[in-house]
Design a protein around this ligand. Sequence first.
Ligand code: SAM
Length: 275
Amino acid sequence: MSGILYLVPTPIGNLGDISHRCAETLAAADFIAAEDTRVSLKLLNHLDIKKPLVSYHEHNKKESGSRILERLLTGETCALVTDAGCPAISDPGEDLVRLCAEAGVSVCAIPGPCAAITALSVSALATGRFAFEGFLPFSKKERRERLERLKAEERTMIFYEAPHRLRDTLAELLSAFGPERPVSLCRELTKLHEEILRMTLDEAVAFYAANEPRGEYVLVVAGAERAVEAVSLEQAVALVQALIANGTRTKDAVKQIAEETGVAKNALYAAVVSG
Ligand code: SAM
């Protein structure tokens, strides 16, 4: 019978957040797969746990994943940890979970710290429906396309960001979502210098023009407001015509009004050009 892969969340800053069950699982596992063995060794020393460690990270996940799977298939149990937070959420683990699932090996996820959920819960924004976006793509073009697709997203959005990219990202969010969009900037969660800033995107850009971004950030951004009243096609056409009269190109005017009113873009365009 095959063993079990345990997903063990670790503290995102405060060592006190390691749960009793997580510690027990680490102590009971045959071996621990860690993103950075030096980081995890500190936690294991703190818990006074001595276990064989293997490394499993973004750059060796294929070979290391196969070796871990082989051991699981012989009946060993493995606890997977990453540098901080919940394994498989914007860090290595997703592929290993899939590999195990495909091979019929049981995967057991233990609940625990996750920066996204911690930030969402303290954001003071709507939590009923949310979209986890993790890190935006690295290339500028892909980032712009991703944000373009998110313009009309009504759910609260959660982004991860590193301090050296925060200013650029805020500027890009502002240009995609507009200056008035509320954002909660959750910095250094659970750590000594934890800080939650709740402001609009233009205020955030101004704040970080004057202040150096420091530490780890989760950005929680309010979703787009749903058009309060249903707008008829005729009303939408009138709105487009008003924009055109003010010098906006037809295509841009149709796109903007379609986004703002929820009226289908193709139907709106057809109605506008047919006069
Ligand atoms: N798997 C982790 C989780 O469950 O939260 C996330 C790992 S991801 C590689 C690291 C990112 O998480 C950081 O760049 C930052 O955006 C966010 N993060 C992690 N710890 C944080 C903290 N204490 N405060 C704010 N953001 C944090």
